[in-house]
Design a protein around this ligand. Structure first.
Ligand code: TXA
Ligand code: MG
Length: 355
């Protein structure tokens, strides 16, 4: 089905002021809620990235998400809720003490937890798994839309499968124009990388995907160390989070990640690829150290190494912009894997072409 895609902008003041009651009456959100109840898909802003939502209880509605994105059927979706009461409807059984502490500390916000699913949630949403991923976003537009629809909303990032996640309504339009009926424009997504996915079914939580809440913050809240699912599980063919096995977030232009120890070699590498147009993405600190770039090099700043939040918030927009700059190659500097820097590096590893 072809749609005439509408983009409806929401006033910044309503969002900044977190005017939930007013937002729920806003015509764009009422339209979005109506579409969701009719089994349609709607793109909406969250604090991490834009999501593409549908009724998580309806296999038919959720099927439209997979179709619009071109998403593999075996990659499950995150269910978004607006209140903690809604959690009971979507899970079977209770929360472990660690799970409870985490949602108390980080909800609403960029944390997704894995628990056993209830009957209510469609198996299409969970791609056949008996577990379900749940998140309560903090973005006022997301909360108002979910509340107005009175549904649990399944929503992956609103990009074409494999492309960088959208952090602006414009990114969603570029990817999904004609494939969905409505995009609600709530301005730039603040965090810029997706939520942290944590399996809380056992006493020791396992981080399945690094994201907007850092490992350090999680461990500080719990008072003990958690496990981070690594390449091991993936290599053994049992990815704990099905999304881990897909190459992701990728610009079409080949991208090489320059590890920290290679930082000195940046100028050398630019020369080695002298017959190519290169985008060189470096931190403010590295830019200070280097000068006299060859003519084939387009230098792009990605912010300071000491402020990974800033780098995260602009990361996907940057990858999309570079992809439209007619480059043959993107060289991008690695940053320390501390705090949200771990999520940035996870996305860059997945985007990079070099094994
Ligand atoms: O910030 C976010 O999480 C955004 C916004 C829109 O909320 N959503 C998002 O969704 O990033 P998506 O579909 O792009 O990524 C969902 C991730 C995938 O890696 C998927 O495999 C994993 O969560 N996941 C979903 N359900 C799961 C489950 N039951 N068990 C393990 N992993 C699961
Ligand atoms: Mg995604």
């Amino acid at each position: 089905m072809r749609y005439q895609t509408r983009v409806e902008k929401i006033d910044e003041d309503l969002i900044k002021g977190e005017k939930l009651a007013e937002l729920k009456e806003h015509q764009a959100i009422r339209l979005g809620a109506r579409l969701l109840r009719q089994g349609e898909v709607v793109a909406f802003p969250t604090e991490t990235v834009y999501g593409l939502g549908a009724d998580a209880t309806s296999s038919k509605a959720v099927g439209k998400i997979f179709k619009a994105k071109g998403r593999p059927q075996d990659n499950p979706l995150i269910v978004h809720i607006a209140t903690k009461n809604q959690l009971e409807q979507v899970i079977e059984g209770g929360l472990t003490p660690a799970g409870r502490r985490l949602i108390e500390a980080f909800w609403p916000g960029p944390l997704t937890i894995i628990l056993n699913k209830s009957e209510l949630i469609s198996v299409t949403t969970t791609a056949g798994l008996t577990s379900v991923a749940i998140r309560m976003p903090s973005h006022p537009v997301a909360r108002a839309l979910i509340e107005a629809s009175s549904l649990p909303i399944a929503a992956p990032s609103a990009n074409l499968s494999g492309a960088p996640s959208p952090t602006l309504a414009e990114h969603v339009l570029n990817d999904l124009k004609g494939k969905i009926p409505l995009i609600i424009d709530g301005g730039p997504a603040r965090v810029g990388v997706e939520s942290t996915v944590v399996d809380v079914r056992n006493d020791i939580p396992v981080i399945l995907r690094p994201g907007g809440v850092s490992r350090e913050e999680i461990e500080e809240t719990l008072g003990f160390e958690v496990r981070v699912a690594g390449g091991q599980e993936v290599a053994e063919g049992v990815p704990p989070s099905p999304g881990m096995k897909y190459r992701h977030y990728s610009p079409r232009t080949p991208l090489i990640l320059l590890e920290e120890k290679e930082r000195d070699k940046i100028a050398e590498m630019a020369e080695e690829y002298s017959n190519k147009r290169i985008g060189l993405v470096i931190t403010a600190e590295t830019l200070q150290e280097l000068n006299n770039f060859p003519e084939n090099v387009l230098v792009v700043r990605m912010g300071s190494r000491s402020r990974p939040e800033e780098i995260a918030s602009k990361l996907f927009a940057l990858l999309r912009r570079l992809d439209q700059s007619n480059l043959d190659l993107i060289l991008i500097e690695a940053i320390p894997e501390k705090g949200i820097g771990a999520a940035v590096m996870n996305r860059l590893y997945k985007a990079s072409t070099r094994e």
